[in-house]
Design a protein around this ligand. Sequence first.
Ligand code: ATP
Ligand code: MG
Length: 486
Amino acid sequence: MQTLRASKCGLSTAQLPSYILDVIDALTKAGYEAYIVGGGVRDLILGLNPKDFDAVTNATPAQVKEVFGRRCRIIGRRFELAHVYAGRELVEVATFRAPPKKAVTSASGMILRDNNWGTIEQDFVRRDFSINAMYYQPRKGIVLDFCHAIDDIKNKTLRLLGDPTLRFEEDPVRMLRTLRFAAKLNFSIAPEILEIFTPELTQLLRDISPHRLYDESQKLFTMGHLNRVLPMLIDFGIWHQLFADISPDISTFIERAAINTDQRIQMGKTINPAFFYAVLLWKPFLERCEFYLSKGVVPAEARAQAGLDVLKRQAIRTIIPRFAETFIREVWEMQTRLLNPKPQQIQSLSTHARFRAGFDFLLLREKSGDDTTQGMGVWWDAYQQMSTDEKERAISQYNRQRAKSRRKATTDDVVETKPVAAITEIEPLVNEPEPRSRRERKSRTKSERPVQSTSSNGSEIGYDHPILKRKRVKRDLSQVIFGPTQ
Ligand code: ATP
Ligand code: MG
């Protein structure tokens, strides 16, 4: 073990927010050892902005609770931790851990319980990567480095502590962490990890709860280097473990969304991690819609059912929380609304809670070459920049065009005998196909029959009468009520 001077590592208390110093000071004052450890130390040394600060101490969670009282909550069963609330921030305070006892590991070697308290040396070997195992005591101005982690930082190398196979077996999530840190820090993965990191080994992730995998997927999405990690997920066979039904192929749409997410994070903008799930699952969703449509299900119902199916399938791997699921389905549903809005609804649509996300999604689709958006992404983009008068003009122009394309659709339908669905107004997201079920076809022919018979009887309502044509314009999509579909 070497003790490094914090200043030599580029660390100073001035970089630290007061809340983490308060936690360290309170524990020290109560007679315990306390250090900052993990990503906070690593990122500060690398000159990055740490996401959070984690503390570690020789006080047990119960003792930490005694020090902080109501500001502290003990959480976790497999991995018991103290959460200390310092102002508006939360600091995770872990207790030094000793190696787990044999009895608490699963048949595949996975650690099921890990609450065996120990010394700092024992705690160090329990950590994942060397660069995550530096202990910083800011008041003493020292960093304890047990494994020349500082050299790995200098050489930009991600090295697991101990035998890599064993460490992955103990906790397969470390495979995800390997890719996350390699992408985030732009570090190379040590050869001894690369050697054993096979797609077969990623099968171990099947033992991880879909809740934990969802949390990890969120960390991948929000670390600021999503675009870099996506191909790595495919290369290392992780993609398949996280997104079983999404083909391992980074489409332009997915890539653009990833770049966009990273840029937003870089600019300090908020992102909703569920948005990227909406992007990833878009293709499976459309395919599922097609499936229902081909069975003759009406479009609104097809979309609702497809959304449910796709999210249910994804939950086998990562359980997306209910609120995020609702968000995803609303973003998808917004696609239909934004693509084919009723003129009188345009204004209220633009102030809808899900408008922004739905619009971003639509624009991303359009910019990725998806021409089914029919230029409506750009239309909405321009609309938002307009003054009230301009908006009114844009809406009436849109209305005229809409009417024109409707008329054209009906005329063409008669003249060129094209199917109406191919040329009606702005195409809905999901095209309504010719009904395939016998019952649907029957009901359609029924509704057409009286008109045809009138016509054949030589009545005034002829074959090309406008009423006839209007009736054939598909309308049911405008009846779709926006909102979380059941
Ligand atoms: P981030 O920037 O994402 O917060 P981090 O390294 O701080 O990165 P955390 O998940 O906050 O990651 O964990 C804090 C520390 O706890 C890690 O640096 C590491 O030392 C240890 N740790 C976390 N998860 C594991 C794990 N699965 N196996 C071993 N050690 C872990
Ligand atoms: Mg952390």
